[in-house]
Design a protein around this ligand. Structure first.
Ligand code: PNS
Length: 161
């Protein structure tokens, strides 16, 4: 069975992430959405909240599982017997960071590949942080996040104030 990992902060999951998830799940037998800690970012939503958001958005995707992990991604991927890590690339600005991660992860475990999918043009401007800024100031995020989590994002942001 071909198991792939789609890692990220998902703080929160966006339409851009969902686009990558939908495409990646067709390329493997089982796709694990792995919500992890990015040491360079301070998360707004808790692990549980982020997991709940992704679960709501992927509940009809039969070969998709949602999980959280702490520690190194490559160790998690190896534990899950994954053959590849899949990530979305939006722009040149993503490339340098993602290339470094891919090369380091390859150095740590050469059996696990990193696969990049180019984000669809419709979502190339999207980021979780932009969505949080818009929602925090009561801007409209419809179409930027899946409808099933639209209201939850405003509610949870207000609760965290
Ligand atoms: O959505 P993000 O913020 O780009 O996701 C980044 C994430 C969480 C996938 C990345 O920071 C990560 O893999 N964190 C776990 C720690 C790790 O393995 N770091 C890489 C060392 S080479």
């Amino acid at each position: 069975m071909k198991i792939w990992i789609c890692p990220g902060s998902f703080d929160p999951v966006t339409m851009g992430h969902i686009d990558i998830i939908k495409r990646a799940r067709k390329m493997c037998d089982h796709l694990i959405i792995a919500i992890g800690v990015n040491d360079e970012k301070k998360a707004t939503f808790t692990f549980d909240e982020r997991k709940e958001f992704v679960e709501k958005c992927t509940k009809d995707m039969d070969n998709v599982e949602v999980d959280t992990f702490e520690g190194l991604l490559i160790n998690y991927a190896s534990k899950k017997k994954a053959t590849a890590i899949v990530k979305g690339l939006r722009a040149i600005s993503d490339f340098e960071y993602e290339l470094q991660m891919a090369l380091l992860n390859k150095k740590l475990d050469e059996k696990i590949e990193t696969v990049f999918l180019m984000t669809s043009i419709n979502y190339s401007h999207l980021s979780s942080s932009a969505i949080k800024s818009i929602a925090k100031y009561d801007g409209e995020i419809k179409g930027l996040v899946p409808d099933v989590i639209h209201d939850d994002i405003y509610l949870k942001l207000k609760k965290g104030k």
